[in-house]
Design a protein around this ligand. Sequence first.
Ligand SMILES: CSCCC(=O)C(=O)COP(=O)(O)O
Ligand SMILES: [Zn+2]
Length: 209
Amino acid sequence: MSPHATQVADMLIAIGRRIDARGHAPATGGNYSVRLDDGSIAITISGSHKGRLTRDDIMRVSAAGDALDGKKPSAETLLHCLIYAIDPGAGAVLHTHSIAGTVLSRALAGQDHIGLEGYELLKIFPGIDTHATRVELPLVDNSQDMPAVADQLRPLLTAQSPLLPAFYIRGHGLYTWGPTAEAAEHRVEACEFLLSCAWEECKLAGATR
Ligand SMILES: CSCCC(=O)C(=O)COP(=O)(O)O
Ligand SMILES: [Zn+2]
């Protein structure tokens, strides 16, 4: 591993530990990547526990998702590739699994977005400088067919202006990204916080109805 690759791997290992400590990486769930200077992607291998990553659990794929070092990349590599292809400003992508997001997205059966409105933390998104706004997180159905999931997402993401750096796969998990791994991690924390708030409010509304 080059010194830079080691640095990237150590950064993803540390991020995985923090995400797992928040309960957002259960049972090997989630995957993480960083775009490298040559356009290739450093990504977690498939099936690794993201709270217990080692340097051997980070590998390289091409921009198209082909393995460059003989390891097996994340089953969701194509979604990382889609994000990097659509957003030239994306430098790191993080995918998490949380209880709140999972149940909220399942409660919104048939809906193609998760509406988030009035929250201070919405200011984590680019171009938003007030809580007095509404963000609609694209919500697509889950599938084990990653090209099909990518096909659902591509038109939704390319239609956005400005591009919202997050989406949700129903009953599955959150994808968010940023120019750096640090920015992507802030967005994961904000999005998971917002999804928890939305789910708690949904429950309260049900209880008081
Ligand atoms: C047991 S978690 C189910 C697979 C998944 O959703 C995930 O995020 C992890 O898959 P990977 O191939 O990246 O380990
Ligand atoms: Zn997943």
